[in-house]
Design a protein around this ligand. Structure first.
Ligand code: FE2
Length: 577
């Protein structure tokens, strides 16, 4: 059973699933080079079909992960909030550019028009998607629409390998909600609870991101890193805005979006300490979300937790959730943000169809997320020649790269299939030693990045327990850099560059089975130096998405900030090498 999943949300993309196995998944941003690209995923649809060597006529069903306020027929708590005053309505108008917000505030007639328009837009959007699929690929088969949070929760559950679990999304907002909680038994989803988008704790994290001078919904990771340097001095203030209460999360501040930002700004005053505010919102998030998850773990009677949604990009929160005594196994979907929606929608629908047709469905945990395109040595060589860069061919490229790294060189690696999700996992990565703590300063400057968390380590899996503690039950997410863990004294002594000020790291455990070539590089480096870890950071140009093609890699490398590029079986010297 072949199902194509698509999402036109932030970040849009497409995924092809065959009998429960992901064949290919790509985000539109990697192809059109616009970070967090939204809209109909034209290029991704064609690309996943190409990667999977399929044509649209081979597709049995298309599952669309929706993301539209217009989808819900009933007024949401958020709409209710905006209906209450003209000022709030103006806020929404300014924030979203939507004139519909104005219609929610006024006479019964204007409200009637609003709901009719909403229904019309819902139908219109569905028709538009069907039209685009017919025009672009001649597809006139079945299309289904899967709720945003159901798609998130399905993405985590079906890739975790868990049989029975509680699957929870924690998000900014999508389809009118910020969270859904499902009890899942043998693939059957039962909705236990949902939280309106008005009550989103993720939104408060975004407001603080904005107040600290960064891009909301994009740079939240910087706040997580910065939090370790501050004190939780604003916790009491923030508690007056968002709280955990009786199995749910509540926005008790009576404000939303710009009005919340303005209110917080005036309460904090102009001289607030950025690191203390970061520390405080991290404290609030961990407190609220951990209590929420704990409640539903107890209620559902499950000890296995599958997590998804933009909020669980917060690796520190995930560590706290995993440390709950009621939780035995934790899994975080590697494409936890909206880039994972297409995968969740496709897996959910594929499971239903396989069950109906009594066909087998692959329920194994994912072993890797190298689901994007790959390029042959011949294709790479053509691009190298076009760029006019001198290069050498190496049969034993892994040993050569390990040697360069042991000599203290920075090496960008481009090889194999591109990673799915927001993290580089070795195939589009920059590698360096973990012994030099100053690397966090000078390499970030060279890459024009502002980071407050140290670089993350890739570690040979066999040495995981020599380096980390508290990983039991979280070995799978640790393959995908979606959780922090405490470091051993040995790790702190030998790899200080990747250990945060609070004694944690967010590792990628690499094994032979999931990526033989990458594993060999790290292991060869270990044989030379005795250290089983390397710095692994994403290979991209400033504010650009992670590189996808050899052309992207060579453009990024040409700016001169790196020593060597290992691309396919070729080594290219940088100007500083
Ligand atoms: Fe989402």
């Amino acid at each position: 059973m072949i199902v194509l999943g698509i999402t036109d949300s932030i970040t849009s993309g497409a995924t092809i699933v065959a009998d429960g196995r992901v064949l290919a998944a790509v985000s539109e941003e990697r192809l059109n080079r616009q970070k967090m690209a939204m809209g109909f995923p034209r290029q991704s649809i064609s690309e996943v079909l190409r990667i999977a060597s399929l044509e649209m006529k081979d597709v049995d069903h298309i599952a669309v992960a929706t993301n539209s306020l217009f989808w819900r027929p009933e007024p949401t708590k958020l709409e209710d909030y905006f209906r209450k005053s003209k000022e709030r309505s103006r806020d929404l108008f300014l924030a979203s550019g939507s004139f519909f917000a104005k219609l929610t505030n006024g006479s019964p007639m204007s409200r009637k028009i609003y709901y009719e328009l909403k229904a019309l837009l819902t139908r219109g959007r569905k028709t538009k998607i069907r039209d685009l699929l017919a025009e672009g690929w001649g597809y006139r088969g079945e299309v289904s629409f899967i709720d945003h949070h159901l798609a998130h929760c399905a993405s985590a559950y079906f890739t975790s390998g868990m049989e029975n679990a509680v699957s929870i999304s924690l998000d900014g907002a999508g389809d009118g909600c910020s969270s859904h909680v499902y009890r899942v038994e043998n693939g059957q989803f039962k909705l236990l609870h949902k939280i309106d988008s008005y009550d989103s704790v993720g939104n408060y994290y975004a407001y603080v991101t904005h107040l600290c001078g960064f891009h909301a919904h994009k740079h939240e990771g910087k706040i997580t890193g910065l939090a370790a340097y501050g004190k939780p001095t604003y916790v009491d203030l923030l508690k007056r805005y968002v709280q955990y209460q009786e199995g749910s999360i509540h926005n008790i501040g009576g404000c939303f979006d710009w009005s919340a930002i303005r209110k917080l700004e005036s309460e904090l005053g102009p001289a607030f300490k950025m690191e203390d505010l970061a520390c405080s919102i991290q404290w609030i998030l961990e407190d609220v979300a951990t209590k929420f998850v704990q409640y539903w773990v107890k209620q559902s009677g499950m000890s296995h937790v599958a997590l998804s949604g933009g909020v669980v990009a917060n690796v520190k929160l995930n560590q706290r959730i995993h440390a709950l005594r009621e939780v035995k196994h934790t899994f975080i979907h590697p494409g936890m943000g909206d880039d994972g929606l297409a995968t969740g929608a496709a897996l959910f629908k594929c499971f239903q169809l396989c069950q109906r047709a009594q066909q087998p469905f692959d329920r194994n945990p994912i072993n890797n997320v190298y689901w994007g395109p790959e390029f042959s040595n011949r294709e790479i060589e053509r691009e190298l020649d076009a760029f006019g860069m001198p290069y050498q061919f190496h049969q034993d490229i892994e040993k050569r790269v390990a040697g360069l790294l042991a000599d203290g060189k920075i090496v960008a690696r481009f090889g194999g299939r591109m990673e799915y999700g927001p993290r580089s996992l070795g195939n589009r990565s920059i590698l360096y030693q973990t012994v030099d703590t100053t690397v966090n300063d000078w390499l970030n400057k060279r890459l024009k990045r502002t980071e407050f968390m140290p670089f993350a380590p890739v570690t040979v899996k066999e040495y995981a327990y020599q380096c980390y503690t508290g990983l039991e039950g979280a070995e799978l997410p640790a393959k995908f850099m979606t959780i922090t863990t405490d470091c051993t004294e040995e790790m702190a002594a030998h790899c200080p560059a990747v250990v945060h000020i609070d004694g944690t790291a967010r590792p990628q455990l690499v094994d032979q089975e999931s990526n033989a070539s990458y594993y060999q590089i790290v292991d060869e480096y270990r044989k030379i130096t005795g250290i089983p870890c390397l710095v692994n950071t994403s290979f991209n140009m400033h504010e650009e998405p992670i590189v996808c093609t050899p052309n992207d890699a060579l453009r990024a490398f040409r700016d001169g900030s790196l020593d060597y590029l290992a691309i396919g079986n070729f080594i290219v010297n940088g100007p500083s090498a």
